[in-house]
Write a protein that binds this ligand. Structure first.
Ligand code: URA
Length: 233
């Protein structure tokens, strides 16, 4: 990943500015104070594990979505998973419980996972935004941009080979594209040395069950590639 939002670029930029300032002040000795470490954006910090990361960010107030949340929905599952499923954002149930995909769409996601022989505990599940958008509206671009570094850090820490984007919004945000879902699904996208599959969101399947056969095709392709990867890794 590269670009202004990439954590490494951000760290470089921050270090460059700090060094420049020191040089301008005639100070050649490099010191990083505790205060500046604490001010570092979370995405460039080093955490011991996901729990430590979650504890650092779960009181986030960086975007207006925090005002309506009951619980911050960090993500759940196997911290060493080779596959992450990414949804859009928490709904009512998820907001109340602080866990992703535990409502009606979550029950269907469980069935989709079971159909390809995955237990929830084997995979990792997260969302693009960690706080519930009011009345289940789509997250706004600014909210997704603000929250995206958290997901990118989760991906970096879990280091999965596969990412499955559930629905157009998650896919467009992660892949940074405006292409419609119909053009994004049906194969793998290469993304930062990982393979990204895009399929329908379970909530969309509840409303339009005619798309279920396409979803089964997508996830079977995903399972096959996963097994091949595990067989060769
Ligand atoms: N829909 C999502 O996109 N994510 C959830 O966690 C629940 C419903």
């Amino acid at each position: 990943m590269s670009g202004p939002n990439d954590p490494v670029t951000a760290l470089f930029e921050m270090t460059r500015k700090a060094l420049q300032q020191k040089q301008e002040m005639g100070d050649t000795e490099i010191m990083i104070s505790r205060e500046s470490l604490e001010r570092m954006p979370e995405e460039v910090k080093d955490y011991k594990d996901l729990e430590e990361f979650e504890n650092d960010i779960n009181e986030c107030t960086k975007c207006p979505l925090h005002k309506g949340r009951t619980k911050f929905v960090f993500g759940a599952g196997n911290p060493h998973a080779d596959i992450i499923f990414v949804g859009e954002g928490p709904g009512r149930e998820e907001d109340l419980r602080g866990e992703p995909f535990v409502g009606r769409a979550g029950k269907l996601l469980d069935k989709i996972l079971a159909a390809i022989d995955f237990e929830r505990s084997e995979v990792y599940i997260a969302n693009i935004v960690k706080c519930r958008p009011p009345n289940n509206r789509d997250p706004e671009s600014s909210e997704m941009e603000t929250c995206m570094p958290y997901l990118l850090k989760q991906i970096e820490m879990i280091n999965p080979h596969f990412i499955c984007c559930l629905g157009r919004i998650a896919a467009q945000a992660l892949l940074d594209t405006r292409l419609p879902l119909g053009k994004l699904r049906g194969g793998f996208h290469d993304w930062n040395d990982r393979k990204v599959m895009v399929t329908y969101h379970p909530a969309a399947l509840l409303r339009f069950p005619q798309y279920k056969p396409h979803t089964w095709e997508d996830v079977q392709m995903l399972r096959k590639a996963y097994d091949e990867f595990k067989g060769s890794s």
